[in-house]
Design a protein around this ligand. Structure first.
Ligand code: PXL
Length: 277
């Protein structure tokens, strides 16, 4: 019997569900170059278009939710297969259900699903996020193989309200794994002048990647991080090594951004280091 090969699927591909932000180095504009450099073809599904991200005082925002079904329908006609799916910032409550549906439509048994549960940082929700959205995010992470929350997002996923005592990070990792993902990294935990990234795979011990804290937290660093984690997972790299790689890369980018005195909203100047990933 003649087996026909779909030549669209020769190369490894990732569907990236995230916003297209023109300025401020976040979401698709950082994920596409990084993941491409790591040898994986990037296929973006834009969730919204922004002039600049929401940490700036004002921005233009256009929701793409109503067009996403038609967009993905064309991909189905092409018979595309994805080794990975990565999701990030979501701009409206309607998008959560849409994205969950799209994940189920485009995933195969082999797809690794990475959910970066973008919601906030430094104890606060991003300006466009609501409590209702964090409830929806809890549903979305159940579909994930890997999640990459920062400490604020981990707290929100676990329904720990502001002011409530935060459990030990090790306990949070365990509880997040119980929600469904097989691998979790809680990023950016500050302790005694260091930034710690706590990683845990189901049935494995907790491992920590540690680096001296430099400067203030910058926009888009979570997107750089999750891009490297997703690409490495598709490439079959070890999770802990991948967290180390993402952390080292970010440290270099942050250092250089500080030398250039780049405003923190403008993210990290990763372009100069792309060749080193
Ligand atoms: O990097 C997170 C992010 C992504 N996309 C948009 C954002 C933010 C964080 O503020 O506003 C549009």
């Amino acid at each position: 019997m003649k087996v026909t090969v779909n030549k669209h699927n020769v190369q490894k591909k990732i569907a990236i569900i995230n916003d297209m932000t023109g300025f401020g180095r976040c979401s698709l504009t950082v994920e596409i170059p990084i993941i491409s450099k790591m040898g994986i073809q990037c296929c973006p599904i834009p969730t919204s278009i922004l002039s600049n991200h929401t940490a700036y005082e004002s921005y233009f925002f256009k929701d793409f939710t109503d067009y996403m079904d038609k967009y993905v329908h064309e991909w189905k006609k092409l018979g595309l297969e994805f080794q990975g799916i990565l999701t990030g910032y979501l701009g409206s409550i309607k998008q959560f259900e849409m994205i969950e549906r799209i994940i189920h439509e485009i995933k195969s048994k082999k797809s690794i699903i990475v959910v970066d549960p973008v919601m906030g940082d430094d104890g606060k929700l991003y300006s466009s996020y609501t409590n209702e959205m964090s409830e929806k995010m809890r549903e979305l992470v159940k579909n994930a193989d890997i999640i990459t929350p920062n400490l604020t997002e981990a707290r929100l996923l676990l329904g720990i309200s502001e002011g409530e005592k935060i459990p030990k990070v090790e306990e949070m990792l365990e509880k997040l794994l119980e929600m469904g993902p097989k691998k979790v990294v809680i990023t950016g935990v500050e302790k005694d002048g260091y930034i710690l990234n706590y990683c845990k795979e189901a049935q494995h011990e907790v491992k920590i990647v540690k680096a001296k804290k430099i400067g203030e937290s910058r926009a888009g660093t979570g997107d750089v991080f999750s891009a490297i984690i997703a690409a490495d997972a598709i490439n079959g790299e070890d999770f802990y090594e991948s967290v180390k790689k993402a952390n080292d890369f970010l440290m270099k980018c942050i250092k250089r951004s500080m030398e250039y005195e780049i405003p923190i909203e403008d993210g990290v100047c990763f372009e100069e280091f792309l060749g080193e990933i």
